[in-house]
Design a protein around this ligand. Structure first.
Ligand code: 5GP
Ligand code: SF4
Ligand code: MG
Length: 462
């Protein structure tokens, strides 16, 4: 998230981060610049916990960038919270990165030999250190040069004392949009965010997406842009449409709500079943369930209620805590489910343990039949591009057939959306090329980048 040209830039970024909280709950940070200094405050926890009024007052300036983090590489520590600020011969640079770099090989080692002193164990710092050690003359050349040297997923915003930069990797894995607040008495405020829902609180208008391979620079003189990479096929993460982004965001130019509802409709067309009602697994299954109900003509009922006050303490990696967490988070509405044939809609099955608990819960509430429908294809392979999926070993669909998964989760029937159905629902094609410009690697195991070590690092159980 970034803001350029607003007298209280920190507060604008704070509001934006509030709307982006679902993208990361581990840590958050805001850096501001006022032409001379670059301030940076980070903390562990939620945006609202870290940025009190007192803290926001310590962040002066008319430019700001911010970040919410959930870790995919590097430890989950304050050390790795972002923005990351690095001092260099090109001045102070702060960066906020969404995504995950891959094939870094010996870049870090090479930089250290050249005198780079790394402050973090995060992959994101590599980009700033590359810029700091670049031989290119101007800062913007150094950034373009550095971005061409790394591979993987990166939507980034960067800030120096007097400029904001925004860029997407050449394949456009992660979203990044640009918006504008029109000021009656001066130049526009230019904003960038991973999701357009962040613009709404700021009353910013969505202008366009930052393009894959594009580097945008915002200075006092306005917005300029250059394409630092061309000719690379687009592969934008389809999981943003399936699960990650909020339905009130426009991702890759398409409303997430529209995609999800269409996934539900398509699911009903592909694998309809005789039943009494359609019930979402809240929140992630709600929009697809609406589509499924509309297409099938069955009533949509909230047969599971989510407790919105369950703290993050219960979203623990440890299995025992996770099992308990499901019960704390969801509770069945017996009155609706008793004696009914229920179609449950969820967005994905990762390990299968949550889904099994939920199916048991619905049956325990008296449902006569439980049919689980998933609004994407089976997740068979991990993500290396910024989504924290477990290794193949723990992905149930990498190790079991659909019938075996059905047995494991104890459902009367189980069906997933087809790959074509999902692509169609998400508005493919986005761009020419394979899979209509989408990355679908976690559903196919075919990665758009080179990843030679996939099976070595993450041994699959046959
Ligand atoms: P499972 O049955 O695999 O244990 O859990 C499936 C649930 O996890 C679904 O409700 C889905 O919304 C949620 N989910 C989907 N993707 C992710 C992810 O990347 N990380 C986490 N923590 N949960 C996810
Ligand atoms: Fe998205 Fe899956 Fe590709 Fe990762 S592997 S970028 S989650 S589509
Ligand atoms: Mg869910």
């Amino acid at each position: 998230m970034a803001v350029h040209g607003h007298p209280d830039a920190a507060r604008q970024v704070y509001l934006g981060l509030y709307a982006l909280q679902h993208r990361g709950q581990e840590s958050a940070g805001i850096a501001t610049a006022n032409g001379q200094n670059l301030s940076n405050i980070k903390g562990m926890g939620l945006v609202s916990e870290i940025f009190t009024e007192d803290v926001l007052r310590k962040l002066p300036g008319d430019m700001a960038i911010g970040h919410t983090r959930y870790s995919t590489t590097g430890d989950s520590a304050l050390l790795n919270a972002q923005p990351i600020r690095v001092e260099s011969t090109k001045g102070l640079i702060a960066i906020a990165h969404n995504g995950n770099l891959i094939n870094l090989g010996n870049i870090r080692l090479r930089l250290e030999r050249a005198g780079a002193y790394f402050q973090t164990t995060s992959d994101s710092e590599i980009i700033v250190q590359l810029i700091a050690h670049s031989k290119a003359g101007s800062l913007v050349d150094a950034i373009a040069d550095s971005l061409s040297q790394v591979e993987g997923a990166f939507s980034i915003v960067m800030m120096t004392r007097d400029r904001i930069f925004a860029a997407r990797d050449p394949r456009g894995f992660r979203p990044l949009s640009m918006g504008r607040i029109r000021n009656a008495d001066g130049p526009d405020t230019v904003v960038f965010a991973s999701e357009t829902c962040a613009f709404d609180l700021l009353r910013a208008e969505y202008e366009r997406d930052v393009m894959p391979g594009e580097l945008v620079m915002v200075t006092q003189d306005g917005v300029t842009s250059r394409q630092y990479a061309t000719g690379v096929p687009q592969s934008s993460c389809i999981f943003e449409q399936v699960y990650f982004a909020r339905p009130d965001s426009r991702i890759y130019g398409r409303w997430v709500q529209e995609s999800r509802e269409e996934m539900g409709r398509q699911l009903a067309r592909e694998s309809g079943v005789l039943a009494d009602l359609v019930c979402p697994v809240p929140d992630s299954g709600v929009t697809a369930a609406l589509g499924y109900a509309a297409e099938s003509g069955l009533p949509f009922r909230f047969g599971l209620i989510r407790n919105h006050y369950v703290g993050r303490t219960f979203i623990e990696p440890e299995q025992r805590v996770r099992d308990f967490g499901v019960k704390l988070k969801l509770n069945p509405v017996r009155n609706l489910l008793q004696g009914k044939r229920v179609i449950l809609i969820d967005d994905s099955i990762i390990r299968g343990t949550t889904s099994r608990k939920i199916v048991r819960m619905v049956r325990g509430a008296g449902a006569k039949e439980v049919h689980l429908r998933i609004s994407c294809p089976p997740t068979v392979s991990p993500c290396f591009y910024g989504v924290d999926t477990p290794s193949k070993r723990d992905l149930i669909a990498a190790n079991k057939s659909i019938e075996e998964i059905r047995q494991f989760i104890e459902a009367d029937s189980l069906a997933y959306l087809s790959l074509d159905g999902m692509l169609h629902a998400c508005g493919a094609p986005l761009a020419p090329g394979e899979n209509g410009g989408f990355c679908v690697a976690c559903y196919t195991g075919k990665y758009p980048t080179q990843w030679i070590d996939v099976d070595e690092i993450l041994p699959a159980r046959e």
